[in-house]
Ligand binder design. Structure first.
Ligand SMILES: C[S@@+](CC[C@H](N)C(=O)[O-])C[C@H]1O[C@@H](n2cnc3c(N)ncnc32)[C@H](O)[C@@H]1O
Length: 267
């Protein structure tokens, strides 16, 4: 998987990812980070990439042309490197043949669709994702329209720039790529992949500050342990994120066991 980072601070993304799982994925060639400095595409010799907003107001807005040219350079590279993955198809409206580059472009924006595990899984099937990171007061809206970038938000808050949002997305997507996690199926049991939260985890010691690990986890009886995990992930989801249960089909017997757990006075 290739990730292109179009940014005024692309090293921030690299720095955030050079630890643990993502660092190993880079070292093993499972992911490649292509850092694209937007300032290299500045409109003049002073390195200008931003200007004051039309209509007045505070701060600076990133200009169209440097971002567009930076993006074109990424698409051109992508076309050259992935000729076999480029699909020619006819645009229904214009009846012109357009070339889909294999680079899937995302613009990080508080106004975008909120990133989640489902989106991470969809994106993990791409071969090249280009991230456009805004900074300052944001980006001239016309360049995002022209590129046709998909807007993605990390949540309802405002970050200083899109760089950390891109790094978070890359981390979540990379975990889902074949060969990245030691156990390929590990992520399928994690929170959100099956629609629910993961069950609570415990490790040694068996009793800590009078809090004991559930006996069944020490029983060595695998079927009972699996059942306990099914119950406790459901209890966890009902307690902490009940909205995740919408649309989930849960086995009736399991529901009854969960209901009993809530009736238990010791629970
Ligand atoms: C300081 S923010 C600009 C915020 C903008 N003026 C607004 O009020 O929506 C600069 C850049 O950070 C990135 N950014 C900020 N919050 C984000 C979020 N929640 N998700 C993804 N990117 C975000 C975007 O790329 C944005 O262009």
């Amino acid at each position: 998987m290739k990730y292109s980072i179009l940014s005024l601070f692309p090293e921030q993304v690299y720095d955030a990812l050079r630890f643990s799982m993502t660092a190993r994925a880079m070292d093993r060639g499972l992911i490649e980070l292509n850092l694209v400095q937007i300032r290299d595409f500045a409109i003049n010799e002073y390195g200008q990439v931003d200007d004051a907003p039309y209509g007045g107001g505070r701060g600076m807005v990133m200009m169209c042309e440097p971002i567009y040219n930076a993006w074109r350079s990424v698409v051109a590279q992508s076309d050259a490197n992935n000729c076999d993955q480029i699909v020619n198809h006819v645009d229904e409206k214009s009846q012109t043949t357009i070339q889909d580059s294999s680079a899937h472009t995302i613009f990080l924006s508080p106004a975008g669709k909120t990133f989640d595990q489902k989106m991470a899984l969809e994106l993990s099937k791409k071969s090249h994702i280009a991230f456009i990171c805004g900074h300052y007061e944001g980006v001239d809206a016309r360049v995002i329209e022209e590129i046709g970038a998909y807007e993605v938000s990390l949540g309802d808050f405002v970050l200083t720039g899109g760089e950390l949002a891109a790094a978070v997305m890359i981390d979540a997507i990379t975990r889902l790529l074949p060969g990245v996690l030691p156990d390929e199926e590990a992520w399928q049991l994690e929170s959100f992949s099956g629609g629910l939260l993961e069950w609570p985890q415990y490790t040694r010691p068996r009793v800590w500050r009078d809090r004991a690990v559930p006996d069944v986890l020490l029983s060595g009886h695998q079927a009972n342990i699996e059942r306990e995990r099914d119950i406790s992930r459901l209890v966890e989801t009902i307690t902490k994120r009940p909205e995740l249960l919408k649309g989930q089909s849960i086995d009736r017997t399991l529901w009854e066991l969960v209901a009993k757990r809530f009736e238990d006075p010791l629970f």
